[in-house]
Design a protein around this ligand. Structure first.
Ligand SMILES: [Zn+2]
Length: 373
């Protein structure tokens, strides 16, 4: 009897240890560990913008098509079914709805914090790269808090203390030609930033903190000669963040905005939209290539809202008569309430649902950052 008791005890201990091991293995395999997050926002990129690029490229492969997962995203704000970039930027940055025009505050006026602020507090590297004025609504939502998106100089004053390591975009006059006569670029220098005024000056920079504001306000559009500044700035920021994070041992969070898709869509300019979408696709390529060569990197491609209500109808009503071409048609010169596309690539791409809200993207990114290694 005694022998049998010992045997039973040993058996149940073995089962318990086995069950514990199995349980912890399961737990581990469910926990997604992401090191770096690259968030690419196509401002105004609605459901027909990617199809229009594919069509204009004669269906040659685009980088967008390399994505592994896709979702549709609702974009409404707290006080309007049609959002602006301030409320949508705040939702994508901070994970909370707010009223149109508000930056980094909720609808009650409480300060809310972005995933860049979180990443900084976790000791990670951070970057913002845009083709617009850096104080414009979408980038502003990642570092500033303001009742109105038009408070340009107030928004600028948040940036020197944000801790963001790499900043590339436009908007220099908000920092140098201010009503309070303060030169904010001096503050960056005092905080150890390298300050550059053309992207080529970044060629020799391999690490550290750097800010480059390459235009008084927005950078030129693609149609007006911006060239490959945005994909190049994206690659440069990735190189610097990688070098910095090798030193810190932690990953990074980076936001890049294809800012001027929105401008061309407000103008209902199909040629301009094509140029900005091709440029943004090149940015997507840079980010996806980085994820390919750096396991542990997640790339989220999304939009803040649709602009223009673009559709792509046939030129002729009878399209059984062979190629009749298409003629872009626009339902609006403003934003619309339609859902926007989101694409995911790399580690953690499976973590996102199929029909989600813009705040869900920020919440999931936040969860992955808190869980990062
Ligand atoms: Zn807009």
């Amino acid at each position: 009897m005694k022998k049998k008791n010992i045997f039973n005890v040993l058996l149940s201990m073995t089962i318990a240890i086995f069950a514990f091991t199995l349980n912890s293995c399961n737990k581990e395999s469910k926990e997604v560990k992401v090191k770096n997050i690259i968030m690419l926002i196509g401002d105004g990129m609605g459901p027909t913008h990617i199809p229009s690029l594919m069509l204009e490229e004669q269906y040659a492969p685009t980088n967008f098509e390399r994505a592994k997962r896709a979702a549709f995203v609702t974009t409404y704000s707290s006080n309007n079914r049609v959002t602006d970039s301030a409320a949508a930027g705040t939702a994508l940055a901070c994970g909370e709805k707010t009223n149109n025009s508000i930056i980094g505050l909720n609808a009650d006026g409480d300060t809310i914090y972005s995933n860049i602020t979180l990443a900084e507090s976790l000791g990670m590297e951070t970057a913002i790269v845009v083709s617009c004025d850096i104080t414009h609504a979408t980038p502003a939502a990642f570092y500033a808090h303001a009742q109105h998106r038009n408070e340009r100089e107030n928004i600028a004053s948040w940036l020197p203390n944000s801790g963001i390591d790499v900043i590339f975009g436009g908007g220099l006059t908000a920092f140098t030609n201010r009503d309070d006569s303060i030169n904010l670029m001096t503050k960056f220098k005092e905080s150890g930033y390298l300050v550059i005024d053309s992207l080529s000056q970044a060629d020799d920079i391999t690490k550290g903190k750097v800010i480059g504001l390459f235009a008084d306000e927005h950078l030129p559009s693609i149609v007006n000669g911006r060239g490959d500044a945005l994909p190049k700035a994206t690659q440069k920021a990735l190189d610097i963040l990688t070098a910095n994070s090798e030193k810190s041992g932690k990953g990074f969070f980076m936001m890049v905005e294809g800012s001027q898709i929105d401008f061309e869509s407000h103008a209902n300019n199909a040629k301009g939209i094509y140029g900005e979408m091709k440029d943004f696709d090149n940015v997507v390529g840079v980010a996806f290539d980085y994820a390919d060569s750096h396991p542990g990197t997640l790339v989220v491609v999304c939009a803040d809202h649709d602009t223009g209500g673009m559709s792509i109808p046939s030129c002729k009503t009878d399209f059984t008569l062979g190629e009749s071409g298409v003629e872009y048609s626009f339902g609006s010169t403003s934003h619309t309430a339609t859902m926007t596309p989101a694409l995911f690539y790399g580690t953690g791409a499976d973590e996102f649902g199929a029909i989600i809200d813009n705040t869900d993207i920020a919440k999931k990114v936040r969860e992955l950052l808190q869980n990062s290694f």
